[in-house]
Ligand binder design. Structure first.
Ligand code: 5GP
Length: 194
């Protein structure tokens, strides 16, 4: 199993990493395709199956774990499983694409370990934990409990930033988008690492 480059964007939820990933996907010079993860969490808002996630039941997810179908998987919140199917990355590699992931910190680092030379792992830092709280509340797609769970996880995740190849501070979105584009362009053109 080997092909194009792997770009990992990890960050506490609410840091703006999804906005950054979506922006990068629109840049034709980067030749990126999004790795659609599998998840057992319920669908939110306008999310579409096969586009945002492959939505499945907990038992279906566990069947895939048993079959060794995942490159990495994580129980990110209780009974909310998330994982990258090997078949998804293979599919995008066959299309000749570089693959970009919007996954949690532990999953991102696991992929980097499996493919150290092919992977650029980028950590997106929010301005502060307080700002994160405000952003998550504004999004208001979830209950107070769920938001608090995400914030508790964020503090743990922030401590892992040094394990990533690069960190982007998302204080100003336009600056962060430009910085992300430059980093990825250099990496896919082979001049960044080493
Ligand atoms: P959300 O429920 O907000 O879509 O995602 C919750 C968290 O799960 C986010 O940090 C997201 O990046 C992470 N996540 C999404 N897909 C995957 C995956 O395939 N593997 C892992 N390890 N985490 C994922």
């Amino acid at each position: 199993m080997e092909g194009g480059k792997l770009l990992i964007f990890s960050a506490p939820s609410g840091s703006g990493k999804t906005t950054i990933v979506q922006h990068l996907l629109k840049q034709p010079d980067l030749n990126l395709a999004f790795s659609v993860s599998a998840t057992s969490r319920p669908r939110r808002g306008k999310e579409k199956n096969g586009e945002h996630y492959y939505f499945m039941s907990v038992s279906e997810f566990k069947k895939h774990i048993k079959n060794d179908d995942f490159l990495e998987w994580e129980e990110v919140y209780r009974d909310n499983f998330y994982g990258t199917l090997k078949s998804e990355v293979e599919r995008l590699w066959e299309e000749g694409k570089n693959v970009i992931f919007d996954i949690d910190v532990a999953g991102g680092l696991r992929i980097k370990k499996k493919f150290p030379d092919l992977t650029l792992a980028v950590f997106v830092k929010p301005p502060s934990v307080d700002e994160l709280k405000i952003r998550l509340k504004k999004r208001s797609t979830e209950s107070e409990d769920k938001i608090n769970m995400r914030i508790a996880k964020a503090s743990v995740e922030l401590a892992t930033a040094p394990q990533f190849d690069r960190t982007i501070r998302n204080y100003d979105l336009d600056t962060a988008l430009e910085e992300a584009h430059t980093l990825v362009a250099e990496f896919v053109n082979d001049s960044l690492k080493n």
